[in-house]
Design a protein around this ligand. Structure first.
Ligand code: DOR
Ligand code: ZN
Length: 344
């Protein structure tokens, strides 16, 4: 297949970055790197410095292009978005509703506060990437995405009709309907975990912290809607792993962190999902074409080869001084990468 890109990825920093980056770089030519570090990447300068650290952490001889994002806050000035756009390396601005997820405390408390910034983004053609969950604790956790569409995203998309929007890691039938039937300029990323698992996986055989991410896994009807939408080949849907590594002890804790690490099988897991839907021939466009087209970037010309040959995922990977539990730890994945010589 044409070499894929990951349109939603968490790489972290320091030793964690060094531990996880090789997995993504072995599979994807480019990745849209999320800005929720501590402190968050709220300036172009910080995003560019992080980009340099990512490039410096690449194994020698490995080519991989990090595409950067800016973290929006209540006080992001429009001039910062202009600087980001002018840098040529920052391709989007991420909207985290304040408190919605990991390291989202500095996010936006009310989107109306950033209307002027959104207007400028629309004029510049800068993409808005949205974590789509309301934060009202009174709203059921499994309803927060659907609620966000009605309360925030649909009105925002109407107020800013020229703004290009990626609804990140969609998880519900409501989100599929919103994206597929919406105005032009709206697209979405879909993770492998939301195509492969429903919320039963959170409780299968006991409480499963390594299946906990945000937005959380949803009921089967939603998983089925997502899978049939991507299998249908709609160009508004593209690959975004949302691979989000956390140290094992931070996941296996009384208040375990949200985030599933999937970069070790970042394309292989999607191959399983598409195969299960009888739509393997649609994998390439989803993984390697739709996202590049949406962001106005060239499609990759290199290729990658997947082989249908099951392999056992390790129980843990090293993660700096810690360890990391990958998705499917100790279990099998049906597809693997061809050895590098065959993939060239
Ligand atoms: O599960 C998640 N983990 N969802 C997010 O939105 C953030 C991510 C992280 O950074 O750990
Ligand atoms: Zn994410």
């Amino acid at each position: 297949m044409r070499r894929p890109d990951d349109w939603h990825l968490h790489l972290r920093d320091g030793a964690a970055l060094h531990a996880v980056l090789p997995f993504s770089a072995a599979r994807f030519a480019r990745a849209m790197v999320m800005p929720n570090l501590t402190p968050p990447l709220t300036t172009t300068e910080a995003a560019l410095a992080y980009r340099r650290r990512i490039l410096a952490a690449l194994p020698s001889g490995v080519k991989f292009e990090p595409l950067m994002t800016l973290y929006l806050t209540d006080t992001t000035p429009a001039a910062e978005v202009e600087r980001a756009q002018a840098s040529g390396c920052v391709l989007g601005c991420k909207l985290y509703p304040a408190g919605a997820t990991t390291h989202a405390d500095a996010g936006v408390s009310d989107v109306r506060r950033i209307d002027a910034v959104l207007s400028r983004m629309a004029e510049l053609g800068m993409v808005l990437q949205v974590h789509g969950e309301v934060t009202d604790p009174a709203v059921d956790v499994f309803d927060r995405e659907a609620s966000f569409i009605d309360a925030v995203l649909a009105p925002l998309a109407e107020r800013h009709r020229q703004l290009r929007i990626v609804f990140e890691h969609i998880t519900t039938r409501a989100a599929v309907d919103f994206v597929l039937s919406g105005r032009s300029g709206i697209a979405a990323t879909v993770t492998a975990q939301h195509l492969l698992m429903n919320r039963n996986a959170l409780f299968a055989g006991g409480l499963r912290p390594h299946h906990y991410c945000l937005p959380p896994l949803k009921a089967e009807v939603h998983r089925a809607a997502l899978l049939s939408a991507v299998a249908g080949g709609n160009p508004r849907l593209f690959l975004g792993t949302d691979s989000a590594p956390h140290a094992r002890h931070a996941k296996e804790a009384p208040r375990g962190c949200a985030g599933i690490f999937s970069a070790h099988a970042g394309i292989e897991l999607y191959a399983e999902a598409f195969e299960s839907a009888g739509a393997l021939e649609r994998l390439e466009a989803f993984a390697s074409c739709h996202g590049a087209d949406f962001y106005g970037l060239p499609r990759n010309s290199a290729t990658l080869t997947l082989v249908k040959e099951p392999w056992e995922v390790p129980e843990r990977y090293p993660f700096g001084a810690d360890e990391l539990v990958p998705l499917r730890a100790g279990e099998r994945i049906a597809w693997r990468l061809a050895r590098p010589s065959a993939a060239q």
